[in-house]
Design a binder for this molecule. Sequence first.
Ligand code: ADP
Ligand code: MG
Length: 568
Amino acid sequence: QMNKETLGFQTEARQLLQLMIHSLYSNKEIFLRELISNASDAVDKLRFAALSDDALLEGDSDYSVRVDVDKEAGTVTISDNGIGMSRDEVIDNLGTIAKSGTAAFLEQLSGDQQKDSQLIGQFGVGFYSSFIVADRVAVHTRKAGADASEGVLWESQGEAEFTIEAQDKEARGTSITLYLREDCKDFADDWRVRSVIKKYSDHISVPVLMKEAPLPAGDDADDEQSEAAAPEYKAVNEATALWTRSRSEVTDEEYGAFYKHVSHDFEDPLSWSHNRVEGKLEYTSLLYIPARAPFDLWNRDANRGVKLYVQRTFIMDDAEQFLPMYLRFVKGVLDSNDLSLNVSREILQQDKTVDALRSALSKRVLDMLSKMAKNEPEKYATFWKEFGQVLKEGPAEDMGNKDKIADLLRFSSTHTDEETQDQSLKSYVERMQEGQDKIYYVVAENFNTAKRSPQLEVFRKRGIEVLLLSDRVDDWLMNHLQEFDGKQLQDVARGRLDLDDESEEEKQVREAAEKDSEGLIERLKSVIGDDVEEVRVTTRLTNSPACLVVGEQDMGAQMRRIMEAAGQ
Ligand code: ADP
Ligand code: MG
């Protein structure tokens, strides 16, 4: 055919395709979830676009997704009447991966199937999951509003290349046909497909239709059969937006399935909070905490934020204005009655309602975490392991919630001398010694250095607990936190340490030592010279001969290392 072109997949896309086929084999059925999820996204996008241009609907606003199986041919076809794709969009969307950090993600893969499938799950499986079950995939699509002659047929066997050609398409939207692999033919079975759709797509707000199964032909049913009209399509799923239902009606499985749809995650969420609010602000939010950090948690440009709906109408993905940066791991949906249907990202930046919603959602998340910390400490430990370092950015970014965040922080400490960060500031305060009025901490580049830090000797001797900090963000955190429960946070490596309870005896020892050392101190000063500000006698140490400390007002050691690493 003249117009048929063969193109190669982008390298990353090809690699991902291969990995997908090999690593997710034990999870085959998810391809249906992914394709239905895309179809539902496409319908959402058209609904939104039609708000400002209803000609796009071509007179048909009866949105649906259809799933057809053909046992003989061994195919399953998923069709939607959503936004569709132009030729260029097909090439971009199905031939390349646009996500930032893709190359880095691919490098992390180890070849260990178990680990890789988990990573791929976090990355998001998407359209390529079709190739887990199919050895040929055909996508026939036409953009809403375009002429039937602008239809495009994309085909691939999931190897290095795909073909693309013009092919008329009367109905707008996208139709995807999977030619099932020999050992995956069970997905051409009506009953099997129905049960998978039920399992994964019940919450999708667009109806997912299938042909009603034909009645079993009885001996005397012959006459009636000839009258049988064209088979009717009926919804397989519940088809109401999950967040509009009341909490008591939604099962954990449904919450889990919906999470996978909005987050593109593979695993179940750790926790969620579903709320309908009426009054000055009117909104429904359904916010999830994932069980695992995404591969791009530390990528500043990574997508974040909630799926935004206004009065049930989808507006945009990744609306980042509704959650602060330190809660960037939260996924979910916000459906607002106060915003206008034609909000854009630009408008959101100035809208006062957005600030009110952001603080309301922040509070929801922090409350959900507080409850988890209190009632499900093991779950909270998982949360902390995955996202604790991100939450530590909180006190700097969100002064208003500083105390709430401080309650949620967990640290290593000399109380356990274990690397696991599991001690709260509250528990530290409860263990404080009589007369102790500060919370002590030491910062080092790793846990072992922190634990062996010479500055701790005197604290250990006196049985005073010290927090052992070694995350990059810790100095930054402490600078902004400054106090907890009225107790100042004190870096043990900073300035002159007045352990106020120095006894008369200890004082005499120190003064005697100072006198004895006058000569030594002078010599040290002249040798080290300008590299230090001061040399003085200390009773901090019990085993080490000397240690370095930082001036009260100077930058912490950790901060200094960060600045150095940044070339400052
Ligand atoms: P994601 O859904 O996470 O963006 P996918 O791999 O599932 O990633 O899909 C890639 C892109 O292909 C989508 O973002 C969308 O632009 C396009 N796409 C996939 N399926 C459809 C569809 N049924 N209708 C319109 N566009 C689609
Ligand atoms: Mg998708």
